[in-house]
Design a protein around this ligand. Sequence first.
Ligand code: FES
Length: 525
Amino acid sequence: MGEPERNDGLPGMAESYWVATSPETGFPPLDGDGRVDVTVIGGGIAGITTAFLLKRAGLTVALLDADRIVKGATGYTTAKITSLHRLIYRDLIDRDLIDRDLIDRFGSTKARQYADANQAGIEMIASLVREYNIPCSFKRKPAYTYAESEDSRDLVAAEVDAARSLHLPAAFVDDVPLPGRTYGAVILENQAQFHPRNYLLLLAGHLPGEGSYIFEMTRALGIEELDDGVRVRTDRGLLSSDYAVLATHYPIYDRPGSYFARMRASRSYALGIRIDEPFPEGIFINADGPVHSWRSQPAASDSELVIVTGEAHGTGKVTDTRAHYRRLDEYARSVYPERIVDYHWSAQDYITADRVPYIGPLAEGHNRVFVATGFGKWGMAAGTAAGMILADLIRGRASPWAEVFDPARFGEQPEYPGWVQKSLQSVGGTIEVNASWFDREVATIPPREGKVIETDGQKVAVYRDGHATLHTLDPTCMHMACTVAWNNAEKSWDCPCHGSRYDAYGRVIGSPTVKDLAGKEVVRR
Ligand code: FES
């Protein structure tokens, strides 16, 4: 069974610039059982920062990653380190602007916590870069949210007022240093950008030793909460600790229903392009739709890579994802006609119902398991703030920002539905098909493509590999039994419900599922 070729026909290297230009890691897997003070699951910015700060405070930690560290969301980010999250502050202060039934008004006190936490995250990164002399091209930049229409000019102006009322040094500017017509922007000075893998791999290098560990290729399968601690069950052994932190993309362990109904998964696309003029000083995102963002990054031989992102859609909701890369490229070309595409990659983000991350105890009464998730597309400053908040809470200290991020803010959610268990018990097995119908259906699947086909109310996911061999799977997601959909750019099966992802052969590549898709035998008649 080989690896499916990714993104055929698309320009540039099919890899994130950050992953392509930083060393591979090779930390060992867990081997048997062990004990530390805190087990941190998930080797992205929130997990590594939490583990780093806890170890620096004298605790022993084990950081687990199902794959290699900094290869999940953090390896595919745009790596803008900012508190300016498009247009959020007016919403945070005046929750009447969004779903009134779902969300309580946050008000200025909590909105201020949100702003302060993000600003503190930026300063924490800056101070760690200084203190450890981290060569990650950290650079201060102004952040802009710019208007492309008269209507959004008013929204941008309102965002300036909201941000200033929270003591953020925001201002309105008429001139935005990007090509094309704009209608002003909110600008926040002294924000930043960096190379996230170069930063985090150096921090991670400080973790192993003195009773602390990084275990890669170690998949957490579940957590058992005990009176005096927790036990994390993995595919390589058992880890006992006083506390566990779930810093995975999507919590692999959940109080029934707590998060599933309250976060949506979104995929978006990035291009790394070269242009024939200097890129303006700043990090940019538009206030209008469709959303696009821009930043630049120093690259090899004094050149500059410009990163443009956009084309977001719900995970598992689109099959022709290649079209999203193409449209993003058309947009980039409309701004910089002479652009050359060097890299393309996609990312997955989780967005909470109120766009504020979940950081804190998993749920009321569960004070030994902490969570950090739902950063939307703004995980660098907030992911670092998450590490600061969790390191404080685990050490029994108050955090000045914990309240706004409290995962329990929506209260109890419905129980895990019984039909899920039933559906998951009956996955796999066989499907009987009419032979000529089946042959006609699969004849439409080109090499290295997949499709879910259905007959008599039964479904089978079919992948045709590069040698024309068909691989048949049960398309039932092993998380909560939704039906996965084919993603033709990434050659993956993606779940539209909570964003679990599987490779073309059904192997897990993204949580919350921890189990591979089941095989399905096709019986022709
Ligand atoms: Fe929850 Fe698939 S990710 S059902």
